[in-house]
Design a binder for this molecule. Structure first.
Ligand SMILES: C[S@@+](CC[C@H](N)C(=O)[O-])C[C@H]1O[C@@H](n2cnc3c(N)ncnc32)[C@H](O)[C@@H]1O
Length: 317
């Protein structure tokens, strides 16, 4: 039963505190999932929340929450890069805070039919939105060099070439249809060594990021968020791997230095910072949280505050 599935929100108190909630203000939960953050925000302050998620199953959890918070909770099914469009549809022009809790939810990982997990043997799917090509279709057609590049760049995997070669070789013998098959093919391609993480981890991460266009989504989502924040509004982003964290960190610095326009047109006068960075170093989960929720172990929270100066990226979409 979908309603029996759980997701323990990571760095929940820290992220909610970061938003500095104010009465009657609108907040955005850009990655609703099972609604852990949204629920905590609505319970803590008499404010409104617009929540977004591209997973069709998130709508089921949103409908449940709507029963308790009908007049303070809006849900939009889709990509968080479309945040500007969603706000416009609701005639909301500025918001008090936005939180992103990136990556996959526990049900996406734990339900084998979703095809994200190398621990469970399910169909090779990996699509958050359940739309577009599946991982099976992608692996059936992709060229070896392209695949090696994806695994190297999005998985930080040094054995990317060996893994790509083995995948292409194995698919010429048998179609690769399940997560179990793929995990074994990856493990077989890598020299066996003592490792805390499963040898298939990085390759699964890379294929998932590629298939769901997660890098572009994050870059566009952050730009949309910076445009939508009111002065003093907060932006809180929780990431789970170094590629995401680097994008968030660089984005915050770009807005601090307001490089976006002058990078393209150097003769333009330098603009004022649009974000103030509130976390010089990211906030990490406590040992207690890591012990009680293993999935929090790689989480990093970065927080920024919108200044009174104009947006780095133009006015709200
Ligand atoms: C880690 S979970 C969020 C869990 C949530 N904070 C909770 O407490 O239940 C991440 C969620 O973000 C969604 N997601 C990831 N990328 C997205 C994107 N580009 N647009 C919309 N939703 C996205 C996923 O479908 C997933 O449900």
């Amino acid at each position: 039963m979908i309603n029996d599935i759980e997701h323990v929100p990571v760095l929940l108190n820290e992220a909610i505190d970061a938003l500095s909630l104010t009465k009657d203000e609108v907040y955005v939960d850009a990655t609703f999932g099972l609604g852990g953050y949204t629920k905590a925000i609505l319970n803590k302050q008499n404010c409104k929340v617009l929540a977004i998620d591209r997973d069709p199953q998130a709508k089921i959890f949103a409908n449940n929450l709507k029963k308790d918070f009908a007049d303070r909770f809006y849900f939009k099914s889709g990509n968080f890069s479309d945040l500007g469009k969603f706000l416009k549809e609701l005639k909301i022009y500025q918001v008090g805070g936005i939180v992103f809790d990136l990556g996959v939810s526990s049900p996406q990982l734990d339900v084998k039919e979703r095809g994200f997990s190398f621990k469970l043997d399910g169909p090779l799917d990996m699509r958050m939105s359940c739309e577009g090509p599946t991982a099976e279709e992608f692996l059936d057609k992709v060229e070896e060099v392209t695949l090696a590049d994806i695994i190297y760049e999005l998985g930080d995997e040094v054995f990317s070439k060996k893994i790509a070669k083995n995948i292409i070789h194995q698919r010429s013998i048998n179609k690769i249809k399940t997560t179990g098959q793929l995990a074994d093919i990856v493990r077989d391609a890598i020299p066996k060594k003592k490792s805390k993480i499963d040898l298939a981890t990085k390759t699964f991460q890379a294929i998932r990021i590629y298939l769901n266009d997660e890098i572009k989504e994050l870059e566009q989502g952050l730009i949309a968020a910076e445009k939508a924040l009111r002065p003093e509004g907060r932006l809180a982003v929780i990431s789970f791997h170094s590629i995401e964290d680097r994008i968030v960190k660089n984005f915050f610095h770009e807005c601090l230095q307001n490089k976006s326009l002058s990078r393209h047109i150097p003769e333009l006068p330098k603009k004022k910072p649009s974000l103030e960075i509130l976390t010089k170093k990211p906030i990490l989960p406590s040992v207690k949280e890591i012990n009680s929720n293993h999935r929090s172990r790689s989480a990093k929270l970065r927080i920024a505050k919108r200044t009174h100066f104009s947006s780095s990226f133009g006015e709200i979409a």
